[in-house]
Design a protein around this ligand. Structure first.
Ligand SMILES: [Zn+2]
Length: 72
């Protein structure tokens, strides 16, 4: 996949996030801190009922510490 194809496939940051979530978790988000699946979507992040933490799909990935748009 080249850079042009990436832009065409994921035109927005939200599309990138959804794709990453699907690739990482399938239909149910798993908390990266306690591995619970008792989570609910919360805006573009998720909330864990077990450890009462909100997290995003980029936790623990190469994207976690970057503030660049995911398309980059
Ligand atoms: Zn948790």
């Amino acid at each position: 996949m080249n850079i042009v194809e990436i832009f065409e496939t994921f035109p927005t940051q939200a599309d990138c996030i959804r794709h990453l979530e699907k690739a990482r978790w399938g239909d149910t988000a798993t908390c990266p801190y306690c591995t619970s699946t008792r989570t609910i979507p919360n805006a573009d992040r998720h909330y864990c009922y077990e450890c009462k933490t909100s997290f995003s799909v980029t936790v623990g990935t190469i994207f976690h510490h970057t503030h660049l748009p995911l398309q980059k």
